[in-house]
Structures are given as C-alpha cells and as structure tokens.
Design a protein around this ligand. Structure first.
Ligand SMILES: NC(=O)C1=CN([C@@H]2O[C@H](COP(=O)(O)OP(=O)(O)OC[C@H]3O[C@@H](n4cnc5c(N)ncnc54)[C@H](OP(=O)(O)O)[C@@H]3O)[C@@H](O)[C@H]2O)C=CC1
Ligand SMILES: Nc1nc(=O)c2c([nH]1)NC[C@@H]1CN(c3ccc(C(=O)N[C@@H](CCC(=O)O)C(=O)O)cc3)C=[N+]21
Length: 305
C-alpha cells in the first residue's frame, strides 16, 4: 500500500492534477434549467412539479433531500415532500405512489432509497408511472437504457457522464472501469459508458484484484460506499477519477465530514483529473434530477420526446 501523501506534496509531484468542479458545473446547469422552466411556463402555463418520498430516516437520503429542496425552488419548479414514518406499510406506500401517478401537478416522482426493511424497493419503483420515473430506476426506463433507447436515465450516472464529456470530449475507445454494480449507480453508469463507445469493466464485491483492473482505466468511476477504498496505486497516471461515494465520518473534534470512496490526498498525485467530495458528483445528481423533471414535464404536457 502507498503511504498517504499530503495535498501539498501532491501538487508538487503532479502539478497537472485538476479538480473537476461539479458544484460549478451543476450551478450552470441549474441556471439553464431555470430559464427553460420559465419558457415552459410561458408556453403551457404549467410549472413542473417534483414529488419526493422519504420513508424513515436514512442519513444519506436526508442530505440529498435537503439539497434538492433548495435547488428545486431555485429553478422555479415546485417540490412536494412526503415524509412517511419508518412503520409505513407497502400498501400505504403503493397507495401514495398511485395518487402521485394521477396527480396532474406532479411530473416527477422519486422514492428515496434505501427503504426500511419490509418494503420492496423493486415493486415500489416499478409502481411509478414510467413517464414520471425521474430516477430512471423502474424496469421500463432501466430496460430502455440497457437497450440503448431513449428514456429517463438515473441522475447520478447521468451527472457523471456530463462531467466526463465536458472534461474529455469524445469518450469512444477509452477504457472505463466502474467499481460498484448497484442498480442506482454502477450498472446504469456502465451502460451509459458502453453507449458512448467505451470499453467497460465492472468490478464488484467478488471481483478478484480490483486494483489491477482499476490501473488499466482511462476513466475510473467508484461507487461502493467504502470510504478510502481506492488508493494512489489503483490509478493509472493521468486517469480521470470520478468519486461517487459519500460517507459521513466523525472527526476527533466532534464534527463530521463527508468523504468519498477514493483516498483523495494520494489519488490527486496520480490522477489527471478528479472529482472532490463534497462538491463533485453530489451536486450533479441534483441538477440532473431537475433536468429529468423538466424533461418529464415536457413529455407529459407538451408531448415532446
Ligand atoms: N454522490 C451522489 O450523488 C450519490 C452518492 N451515492 C453514494 O455512492 C455509494 C454507492 O452507492 P450505491 O451504489 O447506492 O451503494 P450500494 O451499496 O447499493 O452498492 C455498492 C456496490 O459496490 C460494491 N462494493 C461494495 N464494497 C466493495 C468493495 N470493497 N470492492 C468492490 N465493490 C464493492 C457492491 O457489491 P455487491 O453488490 O456485490 O455487494 C455494490 O455493487 C454510497 O457511498 C452512496 O452514499 C449514491 C447515490 C448518489
Ligand atoms: N431514489 C434515490 N435516488 C438517489 O439518487 C439517491 C437515493 N435514492 N438515496 C440516497 C442517495 C444519495 N444521493 C445523494 C445525492 C446528492 C448529494 C449531495 O448533494 N451531495 C453534496 C453534499 C453537500 C453537503 O451536504 O455538504 C456534495 O457531494 O457536494 C448527496 C447524496 C442520492 N441518492
């Protein structure tokens, strides 16, 4: 294992390592969306509406919900929060999704994952009308993505792809390694990269020697929830590293801090470009959720593709 390096030695060893500023990119995207929301309203007299359903309290989901509510109102869209107790039954949750499916003020529905034990996430995501499934997790949209057809694409992988295209331009022919294979992030990320013409390797918990695979990557996307998993010696010099992971750690002073799946201080000595946590992928997830909600509203109200 490589010894951790300080950020200072990092910049001396590799002056070219460049931070990918997801926060700034997302802020620009959000401004564009706000303009388009106004134009949409002028044309149809309809304000796009997003419903977010949070059952129980998961700390990662709470961060997401807080930031999302802020950004949604910044774009001029409406946001409808549904906070349900941990004890909510499957039938109650399905009934709420059914009402939201029929509500003409709602164009996007997102049910925060993970759900408390006893609730079936697959049945619930599949109950969301496909044209309101702004998370892109239901079988219709996931199937479209798998077949390379247009549909609503999961927000986090979509945000990662936007950053990669903005940084690298054409991705065709690059070797992308995705660590993590969840339905929320890893799998749709791999499918999007494949659709861009990348050669894609997906690593997961049973992968033997993920470090050796990662070292072959021109693009390394990490989404495992294992804080500090990726060390400097996992990274091909000059590679582009996208850190999706978010873990809240406690500091000795009693405060907390968000960290990613990549040991940032050392990775920055080898990577060509890297996303920070916070300020990297997280804000892009939210901007893409708003983008998907606008796209859903356009399709539902305007009949646009
Ligand atoms: N920045 C953002 O916008 C977002 C951040 N996140 C964060 O990203 C991380 C991943 O989220 P999510 O995909 O939902 O998590 P999941 O726990 O659903 O999936 C994690 C995936 O990583 C794999 N994995 C776990 N540990 C290892 C390991 N040591 N080596 C290789 N693979 C491993 C798992 O394998 P297996 O399935 O085989 O166990 C699984 O495929 C979390 O930290 C989450 O908080 C999530 C969504 C958005
Ligand atoms: N159905 C569903 N879809 C999701 O997309 C989904 C989910 N459930 N459950 C939880 C995870 C987690 N997630 C985050 C998104 C943005 C930030 C985010 O805004 N992060 C800021 C944090 C800023 C801060 O609070 O300091 C950043 O990284 O800069 C965090 C976490 C989406 N998820």
């Amino acid at each position: 294992m490589t010894e951790p390096a300080s950020a200072e030695t990092a910049s001396v060893r590799n002056p070219s390592a460049r931070l990918i500023d997801g926060k700034a990119f997302a802020a620009n995207l959000t401004q564009d969306i706000a303009r388009e929301v106004r134009a949409f309203h002028d044309r149809h007299q309809v304000t796009p509406g997003l419903a977010v359903v949070l059952v129980g309290n998961d700390p990662a989901s709470e961060v997401y919900v807080r930031n999302k509510a802020l950004q949604t109102h910044r774009t001029g869209m409406r946001s409808f929060m549904h906070m349900l107790p941990e004890t909510t039954s499957q039938a109650e949750l399905l009934a709420l999704v059914g009402r939201l499916n029929h509500d003409p003020e709602i164009h996007g529905i997102l049910v925060q994952l993970p759900l408390p034990a006893g609730l079936d996430p697959i049945a619930i995501t599949n109950a969301i009308r496909p044209d309101k499934d702004v998370d892109g997790l239901g079988e219709v949209n996931a199937g479209r993505l798998a077949l390379g057809q247009p549909g609503l694409v999961p927000c986090t992988p979509l945000g990662c792809l936007m950053l990669l295209k903005a940084e690298l331009g054409e991705l065709r022919g690059l070797h992308a390694v995705v660590i993590g294979a969840s339905n929320l992030v890893g799998r749709p990320m791999a499918r999007l990269l494949l659709a861009e013409g990348c050669t894609v390797t997906v690593a997961h918990i049973d992968t033997r020697d993920p470090a050796a695979l990662a070292r072959q990557a021109d693009i390394l996307v990490v989404a495992t929830g294992c804080n500090g998993l990726v060390r400097a010696d996992w990274i091909k010099p000059g590679a582009t590293v996208i850190d999706v992971g978010i873990t809240r750690i406690s500091l000795p002073n009693g405060k907390t801090r968000l960290v990613g799946d990549v040991a940032f201080d050392e990775a920055v000595t080898r990577a060509g470009r890297i996303t920070p946590v916070p300020g990297g992928v997280g804000p892009m997830t939210i901007a893409c959720l708003l983008n998907n909600t606008l796209a859903a509203a356009r399709r539902i109200v305007g009949g646009a593709a």
